[in-house]
Write a protein that binds this ligand. Structure first.
Ligand SMILES: [Zn+2]
Length: 413
């Protein structure tokens, strides 16, 4: 259906176009349409943004559905969450309480908590049950303006269980309005019931799971948790090189508690290095000089009560900064991307332009998507429409102001 649809008038439209991919941004660099602005959609994409009355006259010739808004509204591109674990089963509320009462991760694990609890719950869930959980979280994200959601596997930790997770993600993507981008995180940790070394586990995943990912088109992205306790850079490297040779894109859980991951990310040409809470000034510099996108995950900081990603330093050094939720049952249960991005902005002293780019155009780059993240002509008509008269209200209200309307591929949700 290539029918036209005119939406407006908006007080402001921020198309997030014309911004450099890398480095610090000033709010003056934001392209802001103001006054009485209309957005003309053609089918699933943006045809044009401009003066509402002029567009209204044009639509009389071409014929278009007109969605006339009554009140003050500001439109932005739909948000992109480039790092989530919304395919999972079970709550870790007990872990959260334990952690905040001073128990260590080891003590929690001994009490049956920790990531292994989520692995067990996820293995016990059927594919249909996983699909229901993903759909529920995707719907909540979508209602909050997040129109594209990266979704990782990583709680199956056997070839079959990882396949179950990725097939669940694929099934939801086919029927849900939100777009899901699947990532294989079979290398989340060395499963304690695997009989063999870490290298043997990675070898098994690479030789048995990778070809099926290609065959069934389940995922184009490979992720690994590089951390003491998970996989060292030395263990991760051959795995990632194999993935790259097979044509997968790479992303890495890097520098969350210890360093080494971000430097490996640059070395193997990863699209993004995510976390970076422990990154040193040297790591920041190496990342900034590379094409690897730095992804901050303030939801994990809030969940664990630990350090924030040095977002200001990364931007000042010239890095591309995306901001994602890391929504997961263990360390980031909140899953509110806008709130977390706003808080990161307040803590790290980021401009509106830097925060908004981090969840739109720069997040799109972290997923190698060029058809969204802006409201450029031809981009997907994914819109987050806020009930306010000035875009600054959105981050000022720190995520409490939610979209009044969301459009996904031209359709109102
Ligand atoms: Zn994560």
């Amino acid at each position: 259906m290539n029918t036209y649809k005119l939406i407006g008038p908006f007080k402001q439209v921020l198309p997030m176009t014309g911004l450099p991919l890398n480095g610090a941004l000033k709010d003056e660099q934001l392209n802001v349409f103001e006054g009485k602005v209309g957005i003309l959609l053609q089918g699933e994409t943006i045809a044009k943004t401009g003066d509402f009355d002029t567009l209204l006259n044009e639509t009389k010739i071409i014929g278009a559905e007109v969605v006339e808004l009554d009140g003050d509204f500001v439109a932005l591109p739909g948000f992109i969450d480039s790092h989530t674990h919304i395919c999972s089963s079970g709550s870790r509320a007990r872990d959260y309480a334990f952690r905040n009462s001073g128990k260590t991760y080891l003590e929690m694990a001994e009490l049956g908590g920790g990531i292994w609890y989520t692995v067990t719950q996820t293995r016990n869930a059927s594919q249909k049950e996983l699909e229901a959980g993903i759909a529920e979280r995707a719907s909540r994200h979508l209602s909050e303006g997040v129109t594209t959601i990266e979704t990782k596997s990583g709680y199956g930790l056997t070839v079959e269980e990882e396949l179950k997770m990725l097939r669940a993600i694929q099934a939801v993507n086919k029927k849900h309005a939100a777009d899901l981008v699947a990532t294989c995180l079979a290398a989340h940790m060395h499963p304690k019931d695997f009989e063999g070394s870490k290298a043997e586990y990675l070898e098994e995943i690479g030789s048995k799971l990778f070809p099926i990912l290609k065959e069934e088109k389940l995922a184009n992205r490979i992720d690994i948790f590089v951390e003491s306790g998970a996989f060292s850079p030395q263990e991760a490297k051959p795995y990632l090189e194999k993935a790259k040779a097979m044509g997968f894109s790479i992303t890495i859980h890097a520098d969350q508690f210890s360093t080494g991951g971000s430097q490996l990310a640059v070395e193997v040409g990863a699209v993004s290095a995510d976390h970076l809470e422990a990154s040193t000034d040297k790591d920041v510099e190496i990342l900034a000089k590379s094409n690897t996108i730095a992804t901050a995950l303030p939801g994990a900081t809030l969940g664990l009560g630990c350090a924030y990603t040095p977002a200001r330093k990364l931007l000042n050094a010239g890095a591309c900064l995306a901001i994602a939720s890391d929504w997961n049952p263990g360390s980031a249960p909140m899953g509110d991307l806008l709130m977390q991005a706003a808080v990161l902005g307040a803590v790290e002293k980021l401009t509106n332009a830097e925060v908004l780019a981090g969840i739109t155009v720069r997040a799109a780059a972290a997923l190698e998507l060029t058809d969204r993240g802006t409201l450029a002509e031809g981009a997907l008509a994914d819109l987050a429409i806020f009930p306010c008269n000035n875009y600054q209200e959105i981050l000022y209200q720190q995520g409490k102001l939610k979209p009044a309307m969301v459009y996904k591929r031209g359709q109102k949700i």
